[in-house]
Ligand binder design. Structure first.
Ligand SMILES: [Zn+2]
Length: 124
């Protein structure tokens, strides 16, 4: 997507459905993140891991951390929650420059700030 876009949902029932869907997706995502953290903790709990690392231990931990970062990045760029205020029940605006969705309130504040700084192109 290469254009600024705002999605406003006025109908209260549709807003509720949107918010519930966002919650379900976020919970599934957090569950995956916790699973990854548990797996990393499990790997680190291997007896004497400092002195006697299994052959592929660091590769496995790095792989899991990369996977977690990838999920986190995708979440922050998604329309599910605002990366500034972390609210999940707001109407959202897409910033094509940053390729990120922000809630309409944060977008407006950021836009004002960047405009005052002389960089309006960052928040069209
Ligand atoms: Zn926000």
């Amino acid at each position: 997507m290469d254009k600024k876009r705002t999605i406003n949902i006025r109908n209260p029932r549709l807003r509720q459905i949107r918010n519930n869907l966002r919650t379900v997706i976020l919970k599934a995502n957090w569950s995956i993140q916790h699973e990854l953290l548990d797996k990393i903790a499990e790997l680190k709990s291997i007896e004497g891991y400092y002195e006697n690392l299994p052959p592929n231990f660091l590769d496995e931990v790095t792989h899991l951390k990369d996977k977690g970062k990838k999920i986190e990045r995708a979440l922050r760029a998604s329309i599910l929650l605002c990366p500034v205020c972390f609210q999940t029940d707001k109407d959202m605006t897409y910033n094509p420059v940053r390729k990120t969705w922000y809630c309409t309130e944060c977008y407006a504040e950021l836009r004002n700030g960047f405009t005052e700084e002389g960089r309006p192109e960052e928040f069209p």
